[in-house]
Design a binder for this molecule. Structure first.
Ligand code: ADP
Ligand code: MG
Length: 672
């Protein structure tokens, strides 16, 4: 057993014919071990059963594959980087000109009478009007039964034929060592083919129709293992001994009664779920999903109240300092009987060990999770806008208690179906109801020609006592320049457009007391128009602001635009989102159109994912998504659901076996 693993773990460099240079190229594509190579799958196939007869070729069509004999070779002496080699290829139906670009060495290899496979794009030759084939791939035809050949992703310096041979050899020598860890029962129940033949088929299919089933097997494996991991984690947490809080019903009722509004039905339901969790011995591990403005903060306050009434501390972690300040002010207001404290980068005593012993509720940024910050008795950790934190950061806060109950909160940056997959280790609550009286935000596209009009619109609203956000994008590469743009623009707006009002400016580079001053000026209505970078993107709650203008709206992702739009429409007044953009590309236009068409964060997340694809959508690994070998979380959504169900069944039927399987796999993931 041990031996076999070692052999799959061997660096590719130790395969015959792979030198350090090729090893480097392979490693650039993520292939380091022999096993990686076996799991490095082709992006498409060249099916040599699908030969096109030469007299059937249509100019301008997709890539075709032809098979024939060389009649003639021209430009035998072509040389240098921009050489063109012309070959006349004939089959029994006719002849065609084929051109090879920049491969002068072929002149020496090819000669009349040779039999070839050529694939390429048929195009009209502008000189003689005939059809010519621009060759992409070529191969000798040694006769025999036509094969289906894999076409692998390549990198500069690595050739298709070389990689094909290398993988073929690796399969011959080492495929036998791959272990199929799924039981026959699961394979039968979910209609899965065996692993080894599936891998073989994916590389060198005998029948192109078998590829799909093989792919399904590999996709299933990816998702199945991933889901097993999440479910096992969930089980392990459930077995931990946490705190069984007493629910202070009277205090909760009093607190709720003192609010200026009634809880929505959804808020009441979620509160009941949290009460169940918090009163149980196992630690709460719950994700609260609710669209922007659905009223998550008050839920955090209620959960905190339960903890502090039991003599524990509650910590609320948020991604920005501005948001920490806002929560701090709000919660110290409504929880006035308690000691509420703020801990951010600027309030923290640098480098000093800090034990928070007096506070009941601590609101803070990443500063909360620094090594030197110790809680006296942390009972509840709330992580607001949790998608803005990495997996590690989230775990770090949990480690400050032993173990505390955890409430994750998020607006909806991902489609609902994916949430199931990604957060499969958490219990979930949906805040799927908006507080009453909200009017949907009216969204308008403002092209450059309508800018004047937009300013007049803002003026009218400010004259009626309302306030306006004007947001500028911050692109990391040129932060300086963007900041300058926002600063210059704020000055210009003040001087030339709105001299009768006060225009404020806020951005991430300002000192925190400056930021505070501007934010409170805006909150108190001393500033009417606030120019800002995206530091105000999440969480900020100023119900009197009714216009959100986004400059260069074409540069923002949909989820971000939705978050920004969520800064208005928080009171009962009609609110507006103005997308100031010059949408030139199709994608920019599609995004703006989606903003005009949809008000629902889930729906927009779906569109966003489709427009940008999973890579960009999920960005870094922060999202907690592993790198799958074969699966694509968007395209393979159906299999994801199946695998989730299968993992649940497996765990129920044989927990020990499930855990075994996962542990074996995890070792592999962690060692790579
Ligand atoms: P989010 O879910 O985006 O964090 P907030 O918690 O900031 O939303 O709440 C948005 C606004 O709605 C706040 O001004 C809050 O006071 C208000 N709010 C919350 N719950 C209710 C309710 N049940 N009825 C009326 N207003 C509410
Ligand atoms: Mg919030």
């Amino acid at each position: 057993m041990k031996m076999s693993n070692d052999k799959l773990d061997t660096p590719v460099q130790y395969l015959k014919g792979v030198g350090p240079k090729v090893a480097k190229l392979l490693s650039n594509m993520g292939v380091r071990t022999v096993e990686d190579l076996l799991y490095f799958f082709p992006r498409e196939y060249e099916d040599r059963n699908r030969i096109v007869l030469i007299n059937r070729i249509i100019a301008g069509s997709e890539v075709v594959l032809v098979r024939g004999e060389i009649e003639k070779i021209e430009n035998k002496n072509a040389r240098g980087r921009f050489s063109v080699l012309k070959v006349v290829l004939a089959d029994h139906t006719g002849r065609i000109n084929a051109v090879f670009f920049n491969q002068p060495y072929l002149a020496k290899m090819l000669r009349a009478g040779m039999k070839l496979y050529l694939s390429g794009k048929p195009e009209i030759n502008l000189y003689d009007g005939g059809i010519q084939l621009q060759v992409r791939e070529w191969d000798m035809d040694h006769g025999g039964k036509p094969e289906i050949l894999p076409i692998y992703p390549l990198t500069e310096g690595l050739h298709q034929k070389y990689l094909r041979n290398l993988i073929r050899k690796a399969l011959e020598e080492r495929l036998a060592l791959v272990e199929d860890r799924l039981s026959n029962q699961i394979k039968k129940r979910y209609n899965l083919t065996d692993l080894k033949p599936s891998i073989m088929t994916l590389h060198f299919p005998v029948d192109i129709n078998a590829v799909e089933a093989a792919r399904y097997r590999l996709v299933f494996d990816d998702f199945f293992i991933f889901q097993l991991g999440l479910l096992i984690k969930k089980n392990e947490i459930a077995e931990e001994k946490g705190i069984a809080f007493n629910i202070p019903e009277k205090a909760l009722l009093e607190f709720i009664g003192a609010l200026p509004y009634k809880l929505t039905g959804a808020q009441q339901r979620v509160l009941a779920e949290i009460k169940d969790d918090m009163s149980a011995v196992r630690p709460m591990n719950r994700l609260l999903m609710g669209d922007v403005g659905s009223g998550k903060t008050i839920i955090a306050a209620l959960a905190s109240l339960i903890a502090v009434q039991n003599g524990y501390q509650a910590a609320i972690m948020v991604p920005t300092e501005i948001l920490a300040n806002q929560h701090f002010e709000k919660l110290s207001g409504i929880l006035s009987g308690f000691n509420v404290q703020l801990l951010t980068g600027s309030t923290q005593k640098k480098g000093k060990k800090q034990t928070i012993d007096k506070a009941d509720i601590i609101i803070g940024t990443h500063a909360l999770i620094e090594e030197n910050v110790k809680f006296k008795k942390l009972g509840l950790a709330v992580i607001d806008e949790q998608h803005r934190f990495g997996v590690r950061q989230r775990a770090k806060l949990a480690q400050k208690g032993s173990p505390p109950d955890i409430l994750f909160m998020t607006a909806t940056p991902i489609p609902r179906s994916l949430a199931l997959a990604l957060y499969g280790d958490l219990d979930r609550s949906d805040l799927d109801e908006m507080p009453p009286g909200r009017k949907p935000v009216k969204t308008h596209y403002v092209p450059p020609s309508k800018r004047r009009e937009a300013y007049e619109f803002m003026r009218k609203h400010v004259n009626e006592g309302r306030q306006v956000f004007i947001v500028y994008p911050l692109v990391e590469e040129s932060e300086e320049m963007d900041l300058k743009a926002a600063t210059v623009e704020a000055e210009k707006l003040q001087r030339e457009v709105f001299p009768e009002f006060k225009v404020g400016l806020i951005h991430g580079r300002m000192k925190s007391d400056e930021k505070d001053k501007v934010m409170s000026g805006f909150k108190d209505g001393k500033i009417q128009l606030l120019v800002s970078t995206t530091v105000i993107e999440v969480g900020i709650d100023i119900p009197n602001a009714t216009i959100m203008a986004v400059e260069h709206a074409e540069r923002f992702g949909l989820s971000q635009l939705h978050q920004l739009r969520g800064r208005v429409g928080r009171g009962t007044d009609e609110s507006f989102c103005l997308l100031m953009a010059d949408a030139k590309t199709g994608e920019a236009r599609a995004r703006i159109k989606a903003m005009l068409d949809f008000n629902d964060g889930f729906k927009l997340a779906e569109v966003d994912l489709k427009l940008r694809g999973p890579g960009e959508f999920f960005g870094t690994r922060q999202s907690g998504l592993p790198e799958f070998r074969m699966a694509d979380i968007v395209r393979d959504e159906k299999v994801l659901k199946l695998a989730r169900g299968a993992a649940e069944e497996f765990i129920k039927e044989d927990y020990a076996a499930a855990r075994d399987l996962w542990l074996g796999q995890r070792k592999k993931i962690e060692s790579s």
